[in-house]
Design a protein around this ligand. Structure first.
Ligand code: UDP
Length: 142
């Protein structure tokens, strides 16, 4: 197993539902440590930049609108196999397909408003963490 970091975003719908603490508790119970965190109202440019890889997709405009509809809670998580472990906790992109007990099954309303983001690979995670946090804002807790 490898010590990894991954980027988590609690999206505006879940922040509005006031479940940040419940989601954090799931990270901690799974052995993931929060090594950086900030609440932020994303600008349109910041949301477009973050999701640039999806810019040609039909849902891009709606996704950006949703991501700027309220503040998000952004954190870097550290732990063994953090990327996959976090994806498992999140559940499938579409909450209707998400396994019982996952964050999206419990807190997401739709594929558009699906509560959380998580990096999909170690390399992506590096870039996504650097998008929101400078090196000195990330604290190793290994
Ligand atoms: N998304 C959407 N409609 C779709 C597919 C994706 O609104 O048909 C949004 C959704 O918020 C998702 C994000 O775009 O979380 C990024 O999509 P991706 O396939 O990378 O899913 P994820 O990695 O977030 O599970």
């Amino acid at each position: 197993m490898a010590l990894e970091r991954t980027l988590s975003i609690i999206k505006p719908d879940a922040v509005a539902k006031n479940v940040i603490g419940q989601i954090y508790a799931r990270f901690e119970a799974a052995g993931l440590k929060i090594v950086a965190a900030k609440m932020k109202q994303l600008s349109r440019a910041e949301a477009e930049g973050f999701y640039a890889v999806h810019s040609a997709r039909p849902f891009f405009k709606a996704l950006v609108e949703f991501m700027i509809s309220g503040p998000v809670m952004i954190q870097a998580l550290e732990g063994e196999n953090a990327v996959l472990k976090h994806r498992d906790l999140m559940g499938a992109t579409n909450p209707k397909e998400a396994a019982a007990g996952t964050i999206r099954a419990d807190f997401a309303d739709s594929i558009d408003a699906n509560a959380v983001h998580g990096s999909d690979a170690v390399d992506t995670a590096k870039n996504e963490i650097a998008y929101f946090f400078s090196a000195i804002e990330v604290n190793s807790r290994a």
